[in-house]
Ligand binder design. Structure first.
Ligand code: UDP
Ligand code: MN
Length: 443
């Protein structure tokens, strides 16, 4: 009997393994073909005529992984469908990809720390920043992150940030399930003693509430949020702090360089700004060279309608003043667009600073997709009903299926908008993001 059970378990595990592998290959293939479609498209989707614009938007797929870089812009168009340098039947390789969304064999071999190429334009090297800058609390939330990737995030911050501007690094473990992220993490972190706080949530909060938990414990002048699979580049923090020191309502993002999830190679990002479509999918939009013709050239701060995800810096007091995040949003997604709209519509500004560079691993997560999509849908609806005014119809034209879906109580957020005296979404479209045109049906 036991043998039969074991046999059944083995068969089950094997089938599950094969199914997972097939799922990964399928999703990866989809992702890459989408990416290939996009590389053939003109640089900016806003320059396309309406019909093509719709096609470009539709080809972006349902999960907006384009919050990260690789899916749109990486290198020269030669990104392989299945990289022949990797053995996809190697259980360790496959296990790493399925569990963490990246190549753990290479990540382990890179270890705790490495040098990454300095991707800044030469003109950035000539920039000087004030000796006295605000201090920063770096908040890094993680859920089931690969150990070495997380560790490299922390050690790159510790190595490349002058200690007088680094108040602390706050790690928020959002109920990870892996042993190596528990006590085993505490010991190596000892080497950064004094600067690191580890907070562990008692239930899975999702990245939005996890960031709020981290922010509530911070004491630096500026909050800097990073993902747990980043590597910061040289002089990454000074440009961000310096911009906020000049204007406390300025929210700034570094240029997000791309770390390939298979090779873990670090690639420079072209100069881009953050945008989105009527599906509320985040997209990167190319900035043309003539837009940087001014005296600051390629170091010019880029005015950005939206931020990509969780890599940005904001004055801590200003973050509290404008209502932090919507704490009733779940798990993952839409918080980046909600905050972007709130910043612009309620008197702040959002810029990307090309001289600040942070690498981000473009993970390919295939787990809990249904759960994530459900949260994303819920969060999007909360955003739509609080911020989009009459333009919510544009969203529902794309997603008529969501019209009668529940989105919880938004009265606090509506009240926040009123209290802050925020401008209309029409103002945002006219002033910040005129390229986002309503579709013909509404006109
Ligand atoms: N994260 C978290 N709890 C969650 C989901 C995500 O703490 O329930 C963390 C995750 O480990 C990562 C950050 O939030 O450090 C952003 O998540 P992700 O990288 O998936 O988002 P994206 O890169 O797409 O913005
Ligand atoms: Mn990420």
């Amino acid at each position: 009997m036991r043998n039969v059970t074991v046999l059944c378990l083995l068969c089950g595990t094997l089938t599950l393994g094969i199914l997972s592998a097939l799922l990964y290959v399928h999703l990866h293939h989809d992702h890459v073909s989408n990416w290939q479609k996009k590389t053939q498209a003109p640089a900016s989707i806003w320059k396309l005529d309406k019909k093509l614009q719709q096609q470009a938007i539709h080809s972006a797929g349902q999960i907006p992984r384009s919050r990260t870089m690789s899916s749109l812009y990486q290198s020269d168009g030669s990104k392989p469908i299945l990289n022949e340098n990797f053995n996809y039947s190697d259980p360790e390789f496959l296990h790493g990809i399925l569990l963490y969304g990246l190549n753990t064999i290479i990540s382990k071999s890179l270890g705790n720390q490495r040098d990454v190429p300095d991707t800044r334009d030469k003109m950035c090297l000539k920039k000087r920043y004030p000796a006295r800058l605000p201090t920063a609390s770096i908040v890094i939330c993680f859920h089931n992150e690969e150990f070495n990737t997380l560790f490299r995030t922390v050690s790159s911050v510790m190595t490349l940030t002058p200690h007088q501007i680094l108040e602390e690094v706050i790690l928020v473990d959002d109920m990870s399930e892996f042993d190596d992220l528990k006590e085993k993490l505490d010991y190596p972190l000892e080497m950064f003693r004094g600067k690191i706080k580890v907070i562990r949530t008692t239930k899975r909060e999702g990245l939005i509430r996890a960031r709020l938990i981290g922010a509530a414990r911070a004491s630096g002048d500026v909050l800097v949020f990073l993902d747990s699979h980043c590597e910061v580049n040289r002089v990454w923090l000074e440009p961000l702090l310096s911009a906020i020191a000049k204007d406390r309502k300025m929210v700034v993002c570094p240029m997000v360089d791309s770390i390939d999830h298979l090779t873990l190679n670090y690639y420079p990002s072209p100069i881009v700004r953050g945008a989105f479509n009527w599906h509320l999918q985040f997209v990167w939009d190319t900035v043309f060279s003539y837009e940087m013709d001014g005296p600051e050239g390629p170091t010019t701060p880029i005015r950005s309608p939206a931020m990509s995800g969780g890599i940005f810096a904001i004055s801590r007091h200003y973050f509290n003043e404008i209502g932090q995040y919507d704490k009733d949003m779940n798990l993952w997604g839409a918080e980046n667009l909600e905050l972007s709209l709130r910043i612009w519509m309620c008197g702040g500004q959002l810029f990307i600073l090309p001289c600040s560079r942070v690498g981000h691993v473009d993970r390919h997560i295939v787990q809990n997709v249904t759960q994530v999509l459900k949260a994303l849908r819920y969060n999007n609806l909360r955003l739509v009903h609080v911020w989009l005014d009459e333009y919510k119809e544009q969203f529902f034209l794309q997603r008529p299926d969501l019209k009668s879906i529940r989105y919880g109580n938004i009265s606090e957020r509506v009240e926040l908008r009123r209290r802050l005296g925020c401008k209309s979404f029409q103002w945002y479209l006219d002033t910040v993001f005129p390229e986002l045109e309503p579709s013909l049906e509404m006109k």
